[in-house]
Design a protein around this ligand. Structure first.
Ligand code: ATP
Length: 429
């Protein structure tokens, strides 16, 4: 199984999904750069999330800054409690998160000093003077940006409880130990939804969002046997949480583990920010005049961690070929276009014409390839995860048909060029 991870990491680099961060300078721990295919995969994940949420009609979007007034983190409790317990080995001086510390290294058994707490928020200074008054933190989650804008969203839109505010943005965590490729990094994009509900209706909505989010993953191709919902025991959840469930994925490196969190944050955050800011962040029911602090249900997932689950789940080896069976909606390139041979100008011209039409008229993410033989081109598109390959051959010049080959079955059908738009529109909706 660990072997699968190695294969995916190497494919990701070879095919332009993910490169090690700062590679030519020896790297920087816990950072990865998304290449041409990786950017498209990430964009597709994000746009599937956005379109799924916005189709509901009760969710609006926000894009808050990464840096907030430090009082935000005092109010939220992060200055005090966004901490991990760290242990240091007396012999090798390596540091580990205490719940992840291995008993021994290759040459010695670790001898740990008493645990210390370590705040995992990155700190920086605003402006040129490095004094305490200018200290700010890089946000470790985007949620607080939503809570501090709760009043602004209420007064500038027509939303009414129950409703959600969703945000995509980078979060930064100075993790003690990073690793397992995109699973645990120090800088990552997050998809966060804060769904505000009437107290008393929170349990129902918490269950609703757990199922909804699980379904989103399976609809996008994650195999049902590799994903499940888990209710966390009380001792494992944040002090303010009224219950946290997690969507777990069957990772090859740690067995089952968190892919996405779905927390019931209660009314903790809105109350804290009301108290610290002096602004009233409660909600008044327009019909009844009832005034209360809404409870918050929060599904939260890292885009990179989700991308890793999609890549691992899609990886397959069949009959000597490697296939990345990504859901067509997530695949970076939907279609590749080939002239049967590269040295026949008629075929190349026709193929380029089709390639342009797919891009310009259908707005499909397409690639063109005329290198090597057809077999090699199929092989490389299978590895990248391109669901369909179009080949322009001599028959195309006679009757206007092309072959369309399916990535997963390797079967081919002849389609008239004039039918390609309906063919792909049907496949992709
Ligand atoms: P852990 O206990 O594993 O450190 P957490 O419970 O602190 O994780 P959350 O605060 O629930 O994580 O984060 C929400 C989501 O953000 C996670 O489900 C995961 O998808 C993603 N995430 C969190 N930390 C990281 C990280 N270091 N690297 C990549 N993704 C992350």
């Amino acid at each position: 199984m660990a072997d699968l991870m190695e294969k995916v990491v190497s494919l990701a680099k070879r095919r332009g999904y993910v490169f090690p961060g700062s590679e030519i300078y020896g790297g920087l721990n816990g950072t990865w750069d998304f290449g041409p295919a990786g950017v498209l995969l990430k964009e597709n994940i994000k746009s599937e999330w956005v379109s799924h949420l916005s189709a509901r009609g009760d969710i609006v979007f926000l894009d808050s800054s990464v840096l907030y007034n430090s009082r935000v983190w005092e109010a939220s409790g992060h200055v005090e409690s966004f901490v991990d317990e760290l242990v240091e080995c007396e012999i090798c001086h390596r540091r580990f998160r205490s719940d992840m510390a291995p008993e021994k290294d290759s040459d010695h058994t670790h001898k740990f000093l008493p645990p210390r707490t370590f705040n995992t928020m990155f700190k920086t200074d605003v402006g040129p003077v490095e004094d305490k008054g200018d200290r700010v933190y890089l946000r470790p989650e985007t949620a607080q940006g939503i809570f501090i804008n709760f009043g602004n969203v209420l007064s500038s839109t027509r939303v009414r409880v129950p409703f959600g505010i969703a945000q995509i943005g980078k979060g930064f965590r100075n993790e003690i130990t990073t690793g397992n490729f995109l699973f645990r990094v120090r800088e990552f994009e997050m998809l966060e939804l804060e769904f505000f509900v009437k107290p008393g209706e929170d349990k129902k909505w918490h269950e609703f969002w757990q199922k909804e989010r699980l379904q989103w993953f399976t609809d996008l191709g994650i195999k049902p046997e590799n994903i499940k919902l888990v209710e966390l025991p009380k001792e494992d959840i944040a002090h303010y949480s009224r219950g946290t469930a997690e969507i777990w994925y069957h990772w090859p490196f740690i067995d089952w583990g968190e892919l996405e969190g779905v927390a019931n944050r209660g009314d903790y955050d809105l109350k804290q920010h009301s108290k610290y800011s002096g602004r009233d962040l409660s909600y008044t029911e327009p019909d009844t005049g009832d005034k209360y602090f809404p409870y918050v249900i929060e599904p939260s997932v890292g885009v990179g961690r989700a991308a890793l689950a999609f890549l691992l789940d899609a990886y397959a080896e069949e009959g000597g070929r490697v296939i990345l069976k990504l859901h067509p909606k997530l695949a970076p390139y939907k279609v590749a276009v080939f002239p049967l041979v590269a040295n026949k100008p008629d075929l190349v011209t026709k193929a380029k014409e089709i390639y342009s039409e797919l891009r310009l008229k259908l707005r499909l993410s397409a690639v063109f390839d005329d290198r090597g033989n057809i077999g090699k081109r199929y092989y490389s598109q299978d590895e990248i995860g391109t669901p369909w390959c179009i080949t322009v051959d001599y028959q195309t010049l006679e009757d206007g048909t092309v072959t369309v080959r399916d990535r997963d079955t390797a079967s081919q059908e002849r389609i008239n060029v004039s039918q390609l738009d309906t063919y792909f529109t049907q496949k992709l909706t």
